[in-house]
Design a protein around this ligand. Structure first.
Ligand code: ZN
Length: 497
């Protein structure tokens, strides 16, 4: 039995290593690759994706997994077998040809999207999107998951999550978020816009960001911080985790909150047990749980008063002369400014969820065949008016703003909002479980929080589902009210509602 399990681990390790190489190529494409490298990079990625697929669909897996079906295994080995079975069973349903075509189309689609967004020309991208949607529908059909094609895609990112549940949560949240947004916009206590604007040298922004990351416990000998058009985090292994941000000389907050957000993701990746690298159970549970880690650091921690009681004087020092006249209260109000806006990644904590609900509805309709790509932009604009009361005048600020669809990442968006919900419920528990958490944060001591998260979440890898983890940490199923209460309390105070 032990031998069978060892052969499973050996094969799984090889797959993980190939996956890491694939991620390296993608990281390079988004940070370092010269612009003409795109077409050949797409082929390199497609070849490797095809190779991974061949390995994963090897008939030998079936036999190994069958032999381990009733084996007496410990928690980690059980999780490893379960995860391998899940991956193998999915992979054998999708033909290799489709996998290669998807990988290549996603890589070329990304290049096409970059260009189309620059020129704000949806018609230049829509043929690619039509192809991507068609291929993703084919993939979902192959997976024969449930009645819903979309659910099969959602399951890639948020395993075990059901559309019924997402619909229920989002239907509850939408009116709550809209009404809070309306109340805030009607408040006569509006923050000054100008105080985050100025001239902030990039090297100082970088240095300040690095200091905060260090305090959070980011391990520099197992990670890097670079620059890319879209901030992101990728972990090749727990000992090599890369994050990026983007810089603007006029506004330090965009690079800083990018770093804080991606830093939260990075701590999750660095917190996975390196001894178990290669096992499919040594991985993040789901994208929703991943996002909970980034949002928890970015919002619950780094947009709070205790955090800035420590860091604001240091920020003033870094940008000497520029923030001297700004009070801590005004600063906190400014970084928590709520306003209906066009761009999701710049959205505040209240309207952010509405952006996600909008994308979820649209991508679900496209996959289920209820919405044609040619009608997407009109549908986008209609929903923007309905949800946020504003309409983009350019495609670049509307339907073309996000990279996800161009890369075939359909089913991904809902995990952002689920992540906010998980974050609120986890942080609520952290405050109960970690002695003097707020005082620690006020003194710049962020390690106790990192350690708690590492122990409660990161180190446990994929030994349980997202639902089981939340229940284990907080004693309750996932509930929307922690997020709603958090928003109502925080913004009620800031805006005097
Ligand atoms: Zn994120």
């Amino acid at each position: 039995m032990n031998e069978t399990y060892q052969s499973l681990i050996k094969r799984a390790q090889e797959l993980t290593e190939l996956g890491s190489i694939l991620q390296t190529l993608t990281w390079d494409q988004e940070t370092m690759m010269p612009s003409r490298g795109g077409p050949f990079r797409a082929r390199q990625i497609a070849t490797l994706a095809g190779l991974c697929h061949q390995k994963l669909t090897d008939p030998a897996w079936g036999e190994i997994l069958e032999r381990l079906k009733d084996a007496d295994l410990d928690l980690w080995s059980r999780a490893t077998v379960r995860e391998m079975r899940r991956q193998h069973e999915k992979a054998v349903r999708v033909p290799e040809e489709l996998v290669r075509e998807l990988a290549e189309t996603a890589s070329l689609g990304y290049e096409a999207w970059v260009k189309a967004r620059k020129e704000s020309d949806f018609s230049a991208f829509s043929p690619w999107l039509e192809k991507i949607v068609r291929l993703k529908q084919q993939e979902a059909r192959c997976l024969q998951f449930s009645d819903s094609l979309y659910e099969a895609l959602l399951d890639h990112y948020e395993p075990e999550m059901k559309i019924r549940k997402v619909d229920e949560i989002f239907a509850f949240l939408r009116p709550k978020l809209s009404s809070l947004l309306e109340k805030i916009q009607a408040s006569n206590r509006q923050p000054s816009q100008d105080l985050l604007q100025g001239n902030f040298p990039l090297h100082k922004q970088r240095a300040f960001g690095r200091d905060v990351l260090t305090a959070m416990g980011f391990e520099w000998d197992a990670g890097r911080l670079d620059q890319s058009p879209h901030p992101f985090c990728t972990g090749f292994s727990p000992l090599d985790v890369r994050i990026t941000t983007r810089y603007s000389e006029k506004d330090f907050s965009s690079s800083l909150f990018g770093i804080l957000h991606e830093g939260g993701h990075a701590l999750y990746e660095q917190g996975l047990d390196p001894e178990r690298y290669g096992s499919p159970a040594c991985d993040a549970i789901s994208l929703g749980i991943h996002e909970s880690q980034s949002r928890l650091w970015e919002n619950q921690v780094a947009r709070s008063k205790p955090f800035w009681q420590y860091w604001f004087p240091r920020l003033q020092q870094t940008f000497a002369g520029q923030l001297d006249q700004v009070s801590l209260e005004d600063f906190i109000h400014a970084i928590n400014r709520v306003q209906a806006s066009l761009i999701r990644v710049d959205a505040d904590e209240v309207s952010y969820g509405l952006h996600v609900i909008l994308r979820y509805g649209l991508e679900k309709s496209m996959i289920e065949g209820d919405l044609e790509v040619q009608d997407l932009e009109a549908a986008w604009n209609t929903k923007m008016r309905e949800y946020l009361g504003i309409v983009p005048s350019r495609s670049a600020e509307g339907v073309l703003q996000d990279t996800h669809w161009s890369q075939g990442l359909i089913g991904y968006f809902p995990t952002y909002l689920l992540g906010n919900l998980y974050a609120a419920q986890i942080f609520h528990q952290a405050k109960k479980s970690i002695p003097n958490l707020e005082e620690n944060i006020r003194e710049g001591k962020l390690m106790p929080l990192r350690e708690w998260l590492r122990e409660q979440i990161h180190r446990r890898g994929k030994t349980m589902t997202a639902g089981e983890l939340i229940e284990d940490i907080s004693g309750e199923f996932l509930r929307s009210n922690y997020f709603v209460d958090y928003l109502e309390n925080k913004f009620g105070e800031i805006y005097g509602l």
